[in-house]
Design a protein around this ligand. Structure first.
Ligand SMILES: *Cc1c(COP(=O)(O)O)cnc(C)c1O
Length: 458
């Protein structure tokens, strides 16, 4: 019988996270204080994050041990399966071998609990009573709610008001796991009250929700803040995926030519691809690592590499990143998790140094790919994940045209069970191709007023 599902034993869950900084030829530049433009030290982050996570954020150590309690919780759904996509290969009539790592088996339905559990653990260790965060589509909020509840830590989620109203099931998942979900902008913070005074009917935005969650942590000694992507420690936690995937590819007797993942802030891409980059750095392999973003939010392929804020309002430190500008408002595509103006510092430096690649794919091509995949393989991908599926299909078609075998691995980072309204819109013909004009890109970039990256450093 053909082996479709490649599994690992519980004791093969990684014992450490991989920190790519140790192997990067050019280290990421330090974040800057927006007022002084001087590099910030770890102490500047202390009101927001527990010390253990701040240490990981600035760590140069290659391997970081995973606490036993975190590994124990990982066993609930890890190691996650890898599949050989025989059905999809057949549908495409391609000589390529297509594999995917499936993270939709986690309790929250995506890769996000890999870091949520770790973050809740370290907060608990340092006596934190409550964690505040923001959520757009609800994937991150539900992952953190699940994780906080395991450790008896309170969880306060500022959910963009329009999503709060349109996505009641994600909100109810958070409530079921015991979290308090507040539509943002809210009356509970200075930032929220200010926005509401100007516009009582504000639909909210991720930028506003971040401001509210950060303000709660900054003003309450019992509350810390948590982020689900972008930051170095978040990307590092996600490397359990890539480490497992290397073992699974070994079991399949192959090594990928290309590793593909959708890209929002970089966490699922980094989590799958960084351990393969480690093979490039240390064993002379030449595995392509390809990040896939939506054409409506093309920071990697059409943005600029410079310092920018992580949030819209400008409360965070300045981070060296590929960005379209913190004021850039992407079109309301259904892949909510990919509607972020910037990219994490690690991924940005690697892209700048040509050690990884990026491409942009339109939402129609993404949904076409997602539906083809669901019919060939059974699993219904999240709209974000469809971008990775579409890119894998492009590679498989190219392999066919060139008459070459090619081994493709992609991250099926979440299922789409709570996103069926997006599929409904696609089937009804209500989705449209969406690509920014050069003028849109130029306008967005011309509005960036944050510091440039010095030539010598870049
Ligand atoms: C959050 C999310 C993303 C985008 O975030 P990254 O940090 O880039 O991974 C992509 N897919 C799914 C399913 C998500 O939940």
């Amino acid at each position: 019988m053909k082996q479709t599902k490649i599994t690992l034993e519980e004791n093969e869950i990684p014992e450490r996270w991989y920190n790519v900084v140790a192997d990067m030829p050019n280290k990421p530049l330090p974040p800057l204080n927006p007022a002084t433009k001087e590099p910030i030290g770890p102490e500047a982050l202390a009101p927001l994050f527990p010390m253990a996570l701040i240490e990981q954020e600035v760590s140069q150590e290659r391997w970081i041990p995973i606490p036993e309690q975190v590994r124990q919780i990982y066993t609930q759904w890890r190691p996650t399966p890898m599949y050989r996509a025989y059905g999809l290969e057949k549908a495409l009539d391609t000589p390529a071998h297509i594999y995917y790592k499936y993270e939709g088996v986690s309790p929250a339905g995506s890769h996000k609990p890999n870091t949520a559990v770790a973050q809740a653990f370290y907060n608990k260790e340092e006596g934190v009573k409550r964690i505040s965060t923001e959520t757009g589509a609800g994937q991150w909020g539900s992952a953190l709610s699940y994780a906080c509840q395991l450790f008896g830590v309170g969880c306060e989620v500022y959910m963009v008001r329009i999503s709060y109203e349109q996505k009641p099931y994600r909100k109810l998942m958070m409530n079921t796991w015991g979290a308090e979900v507040i539509p943002s902008p809210s009356e509970q913070t200075e930032a929220g009250r200010k926005i509401l005074a100007e516009d009582p009917n504000s639909p909210g935005s991720l930028g506003i929700a971040i401001s509210e969650a950060v303000e709660r942590a900054a003003t309450d000694p019992d509350t810390k803040y948590s982020l689900g992507s972008v930051l170095n420690h978040v990307l590092t936690h996600q490397t359990v995926m890539g480490q497992e995937a290397i073992k699974q590819m070994e079991k399949a007797g192959e090594l990928p030519d290309v590793v593909i993942a959708p890209f929002g802030g970089g966490s699922n891409f980094a989590g799958l691809s960084f351990p393969f980059l480690h093979l490039n750095f240390t064993q002379g392999k030449n595995i392509r690592c390809l990040a896939v973003e939506p054409t409506s939010c093309p920071k990697l392929t059409r943005g600029v590499f410079r310092y920018d804020f992580g949030d819209t309002i400008g409360m965070t430190p300045l981070i060296p990143m590929y960005t379209l500008g913190h004021n850039f408002v992407p079109a309301k595509i259904h892949a909510g998790g990919l509607r972020y103006h910037g990219a994490g510092a690690l991924v940005s430096q690697l892209l700048h140094d040509n050690l990884i690649e990026a491409e942009a794919i339109d939402q129609i091509e993404s949904f076409e790919a997602g539906v083809l995949f669901a019919r060939a393989e059974g699993i219904i991908p999240a709209p974000e994940a469809n971008h990775g599926v579409a890119s894998a299909i492009r590679e498989a078609k190219r392999a066919k045209e060139e008459g070459q075998k090619r081994v493709i691995l992609f991250n099926l980072c979440g299922h789409g069970h709570f996103d069926m309204s997006a599929y409904e819109a696609y089937f009804a013909g209500n989705l449209h191709r969406h690509e920014l004009s050069q003028q849109d890109v130029d306008t967005a970039i011309s509005k960036i007023d944050t510091p440039e990256i010095p030539e010598t450093a870049a």
